[in-house]
Design a protein around this ligand. Structure first.
Ligand SMILES: [Zn+2]
Length: 448
């Protein structure tokens, strides 16, 4: 069995930082060797990691890899390359592909594609619709990460807007229910209102995007999701919170393991505010919309005070040609997975987060809330999914560094102080100092 020793790294794990060495045997972390203890000999590879940080690989519970069917924007191979280059070792893909992942056959086919093409470990959500609620009780909770419900239409129209269907989903799902929350009636009313006000027939300026997809639309829809979860005692995970007000609906007075209702924040909402539309244009247009600087501050505080449990990306590549237009016409969604970890570490350098919290929200918490088997922590007997990082190692994002098939990033030209040096997936060195080993495939995630 292949033995790799990562020597004398600074581990960030379970809320602590400490120097230790890690022995990988095959696909498993076999030993964590405290600083000063005797190190094993006869290793196939020894990586000198003094001064570097070793964390569990990032688990991104919210990605859109666009395959099958929308592969001009991205595919499983290209987007999983972007993931591993960013220290992400496991991903959970959303069902708004083509065909949509809304039948058992489509889900099976998607898992096959993932197994064939994904460099990262993977799972897929099953998409609930107004028509397929009777299938929910057949889904295997050990094999599928969750059920996705679009309680607001976004890319690929999968809106579930009938209260009867929503009730059935919350009543019948044994799996975690992940929701995209925006009240579609309110979004429609706002659209018509601003069209009328500006005398516009087709499009509206980008600045109107957060007024159309308003804070109130988010609050109303998130409130409904929380209410339904409580009524049916369902396991709810609200995706991409974008407003201060929604935070009122969540709790931080119970341990994560006991939470029935959890919340996610995404890179776009944590890094940008409506002030940035002018600079970045439609590149940062996403749904729910990026809102005010006060919302951004509240979300950042929510990460630190545990009202928000998970940081993910909502990685959603689009071609630049899809991004033409304004508030109504430009496609919503931003590719972020390759730079999610270094962005969050930049907030550590700014004193907004601490590194233990970044590891908690990006690595540990997704494993905890989805009950992923043997991942998310640096623990003996767990899969060797690891990211080795260096600090004070500045580098600048250029077109050439971007792995996403769409070929652009809002972070192009940004200099990051942290760098992902190596990414191990199941013990394989999948990303090594800028070079991706595209021969290796991830494993399907299993859930306890
Ligand atoms: Zn999404």
């Amino acid at each position: 069995m292949r033995r790799t020793l990562i020597k004398e790294a600074t581990l960030v794990n379970k809320g602590k930082q400490f120097v230790a060495s890690v022995l990988i045997e095959g696909d498993i972390i076999s030993r964590i060797i405290p600083h000063g203890d005797e190190l094993p000999t006869q290793c196939d590879e020894v990586i000198e990691a003094k001064g570097q940080y070793l964390i569990p690989g990032v688990i991104d519970d919210h990605v859109h890899f666009r395959e099958p069917g929308v592969t001009q924007k991205g595919d499983i191979a290209s987007e999983s390359r972007a993931a591993v280059a960013g220290g992400v070792t496991s991903i959970m893909d959303m069902p708004n592909t083509s065909p949509q992942t809304t039948s058992l056959e489509a889900l099976e086919a998607k898992f096959k594609l993932m197994g064939k093409n994904s460099l990262a470990n993977y799972s897929c959500y099953f998409g609930a619709t107004n028509q397929n609620t009777e299938l929910l009780s057949n889904l295997d909770k050990h094999e599928i990460c969750g059920v996705k419900v679009f309680m607001g239409a976004s890319t690929g129209n999968m809106l579930v807007d009938r209260i009867k269907s929503l009730e059935a989903i919350f009543e019948n799902s044994n799996l975690l229910i992940a929701t995209h929350c925006e009240n579609q009636d309110l979004v429609r009313q706002n659209t018509n209102h601003y069209k009328e006000e500006l005398g516009a027939t087709e499009d509206l300026p980008l600045a109107y995007h957060p007024l159309i997809r308003s804070a109130e639309a988010c609050f109303q829809s998130t409130s409904l999701a929380v209410e339904l979860a409580k009524k049916h005692n369902a396991r709810l995970h609200v995706l991409h919170l974008s407003t201060a007000k929604e935070l009122e609906l969540f709790r931080n007075d119970i341990p994560l393991e006991e939470k029935q209702i959890t919340a996610e924040a995404c890179i776009g909402h944590l890094m940008f505010s409506d002030k940035d539309y002018e600079k970045f244009g439609t590149g940062i247009k996403c749904n729910p919309a990026i809102k005010t600087i006060d919302d951004q501050s509240a979300l950042r505080a929510g990460v630190m005070n545990n009202l928000i449990d998970v940081i993910a990306t909502d990685h959603a590549p689009h071609l630049l040609t899809d991004k033409e237009g304004g508030a109504l016409k430009a496609a919503s969604g931003t590719p972020t997975i390759q730079f999610s970890l270094v962005n969050m570490l930049s907030l550590v350098d700014q004193g907004i987060f601490n590194i233990e919290t970044v590891v908690e929200k990006m690595c540990h918490a997704p494993a905890t809330i989805f009950k992923i088997e043997k991942r998310g922590y640096i623990s003996e007997g767990y899969y060797a999914d690891l990211a080795l990082l260096s600090k004070n190692n500045p580098w600048t994002v250029s077109k050439e560094t971007i792995q996403s098939k769409c070929g652009w990033s809002p972070f192009e030209g940004t200099t990051f102080n942290w760098k992902v040096d190596k990414t191990f997936i199941n013990g394989h060195l999948t990303f090594n100092d800028g070079v991706i080993n595209s021969d290796i495939r991830g494993k399907k995630l299993k859930f306890k």
